[in-house]
Design a protein around this ligand. Structure first.
Ligand SMILES: Cc1cc2nc3c(=O)[nH]c(=O)nc-3n(C[C@H](O)[C@H](O)[C@H](O)COP(=O)(O)OP(=O)(O)OC[C@H]3O[C@@H](n4cnc5c(N)ncnc54)[C@H](O)[C@@H]3O)c2cc1C
Length: 437
């Protein structure tokens, strides 16, 4: 049986090589160079569209841990990345042209991979397919994916509010309460007095934003999804009457009617992560940090995900995918890469790796791999396929998505020790898991 893979980007290339390693033939469809995406520049495979850095390789960094897991799982692209490295301090950066050439050569010379240079315009949902067409999936294919999944299951823009770790919130200032005391105490509230709000507002209106790319400038953002900086530019009180309205949020401890309140909503099953409600932003990351840490209670906030706004095609994975990357609707269809809601170069390759392994198992009629939640890749897969998100937005690897550990107070308070502990747990769990299959 042949597998079709749509997109020879980071995920599609890794998936094709994984299948080839197991002797499974693939037709790998790539529309470039004939048709470009707006961000890619070449016709080579696995092109890095923006930065040439994959972040850290240090195992005590969330992205670094993911890379180590990919090596343990037999990633085909990781050795090529290591062979294309350029000096970049603590980061793993590469010569992107060299890397893409290496990937392209490896694929073109592989007898199990048949490269077809054309745009896929419709899905043949009867045969095995891995859809890895990325954040800039061509329009006509997007329509076909939408028809397959259903009207509300494909999104085209990220409008993401920052996400922070609950452990880093100062609860001497912040408090749990739902507006008007309705239901449970689900929300975390950070109250501001007039002076604190004025300071926050000044930082916000003076902060530099990120230039949108030409293909993103036509974006029609919904009024309900406007970035905070745009709301702030409409007047000093717009936010106080919008997402930061204080009404119905009186801290029982003080009884004070606050001037403004920033609310945080649970973002993950384990309640380790919270997003800032209505806080979509396109500010530069340094400015976001300064702004967030000016909010009372968030002075030491550990930001695991910064706000972004850019074009990004991604599916509603919590409603459509299993943690194995298999479609719930059709077992012969898998998704991989950024289109699944895993964000970043490393994450895209990692999900291509898992999709390749699982498609091979599917073809060979073997059980699919459901990676342990304690591993970074397993946690990412659980996150994107978790049905309880109030609104799903893409995520990259971070410590907050791992299940909590029973550790003593000393380790919990020491970030370095905690990461070492979590990394070791992930490594050992993956090793044991791989020994059992
Ligand atoms: C502008 C931009 C900048 C980014 N910058 C970074 C960054 O600096 N760091 C980072 O970690 N992440 C970044 N990302 C996020 C993400 O890591 C990359 O987009 C990554 O390349 C995603 O990998 P992928 O395999 O899912 O998709 P891609 O690598 O984009 O691969 C998808 C492939 O599918 C092809 N394709 C699309 N539609 C069709 C079709 N109909 N038929 C045939 N082929 C098709 C495309 O040509 C492409 O080659 C960025 C994303 C964007 C959009």
């Amino acid at each position: 049986m042949r597998v079709s893979i749509i997109g020879a980007g980071l995920a599609g290339s890794e998936a094709a090589l994984q299948l080839a390693k197991q002797g499974i033939y693939t037709d790998l469809y790539e529309m470039r160079p004939e048709k470009q995406t707006g961000a890619h520049k070449t016709g080579d495979f696995a092109e890095f569209v923006c930065s040439n850095s994959l972040g850290s390789y240090d195992i005590t960094n969330a992205s670094g841990l993911l890379k180590h897991e990919m090596e343990s799982l037999g990633s085909e692209l990781m050795p090529l990345i290591m062979d294309s490295q350029v000096p970049a301090g603590g980061a793993l950066a590469i010569d992107r042209v060299l890397f893409s050439k290496k990937v392209t050569d490896k694929i073109l010379s592989n007898q199990f991979i048949n490269v077809i240079r054309r745009e896929v315009t419709s899905l043949n949902t009867e045969s095995p397919i891995i859809i890895a067409s990325g954040p800039l999936t061509s329009e006509i294919l997007s329509i076909s994916i939408k028809n397959f999944l259903g009207e509300d299951y494909l999104y085209f823009f990220d409008a993401i509010a920052p996400v922070i770790e609950k452990d880093s919130i100062n609860f001497d200032k912040a408090f749990y309460l739902n507006r008007y005391n309705k239901g449970n105490k689900d929300y975390i509230n950070c109250p501001m007095n007039k002076e604190e709000y004025q300071n926050f507002y000044n930082i916000l209106i003076n902060a530099p934003g990120i230039e949108l790319k030409s293909f993103e400038k036509d974006a029609n953002f919904f009024e309900g999804c406007l970035p905070v900086e745009i709301l702030a530019s409409r007047g000093v009180d717009t936010l106080r009457f919008g997402p930061l309205k204080p009404i119905g949020l009186v801290d029982e401890r003080t009884g004070i009617n606050n001037y403004a309140v920033v609310q945080l909503r649970q973002d993950d099953k384990q309640a380790n992560l919270y997003n800032l409600v209505g806080f979509q932003t396109n500010l530069k990351w340094g400015s976001q940090k300064e702004l967030i840490q000016s909010i009372p209670g968030l002075e030491n906030a550990n930001i695991v995900r910064y706000g972004v706004m850019h074009r990004n095609t991604f599916i509603n994975s919590p409603k459509t995918l299993n943690p194995t990357l298999q479609s719930r609707k059709s077992p012969n269809i898998f998704f991989a890469g950024q289109i699944t809601g895993t964000e970043g170069y490393t994450e895209s390759i990692a999900s291509g790796l898992l999709a390749g392994l699982n498609m091979a198992n599917y073809i060979n009629k073997e059980p699919l791999l459901k990676l342990p939640a304690e591993t970074m890749l397993g946690a990412l897969m659980n996150y994107i396929s978790y049905e309880g998100h109030s609104s799903f937005q893409p995520i990259n690897s971070n410590w907050g998505i791992l299940p909590p550990v029973a550790i003593n107070k000393e380790i919990r308070k020491n970030k370095k020790l905690k990461k070492e502990f979590l990394a070791k747990r992930a490594e050992e769990t993956l090793k044991n898991f791989l020994n059992t299959i």
